[in-house]
Ligand binder design. Structure first.
Ligand code: 5GP
Ligand code: ZN
Length: 123
């Protein structure tokens, strides 16, 4: 996709240091990290989000999770990490090329996953 920033990263139009690079998947540091370790893992093929995933992509998704685990090991966070993806604008997706955030490296423990919980409770 011409105007997709992650496709540009895949095609090396934007110079990026890859933490992972094989025939189907690349991973690189997030430009705006939300944790001490924050890596973005993406398929090279442009898929908009999890919503657009097809049956033939299932193996690729499994592979990405395995890569997340391997990168967690490489980054020294294998005992405490999260893998997250947002699907759709309403869920906070800002780049519409499927990607997984691998985050970790917190000093003591991970922050609670409570975003939006209070709003729901007060409704
Ligand atoms: P989303 O908000 O869609 O779940 O995640 C998109 C992520 O991509 C954000 O965390 C954002 O910081 C990251 N990002 C956006 N543009 C770039 C870029 O040009 N380079 C890198 N390394 N990360 C980017
Ligand atoms: Zn793309």
């Amino acid at each position: 996709m011409d105007d997709c920033i992650f496709c540009k990263i895949v095609n090396e139009e934007i110079p990026t240091k890859f933490e992972w690079n094989d025939n189907e998947v690349v991973a690189f540091d997030d430009i705006n990290p939300i944790a001490p370790v924050h890596i973005v893992i993406i398929p090279k093929r442009h898929i908009e989000s999890l919503k657009e995933v097809k049956k033939e992509d299932v193996e690729l998704l499994g592979k990405i999770q395995k890569i997340a685990s391997e990168l967690a090991g490489k980054k020294g966070i294998k005992d405490a990490f999260r893998v997250l993806t947002a699907s759709g604008k309403g869920a906070g997706q800002t780049v519409f090329h499927l990607h997984y955030h691998l985050i970790g490296g917190w000093k003591d423990k991970a922050p609670e996953m409570e975003a939006g919980k209070d709003e729901q409770e007060s409704e």
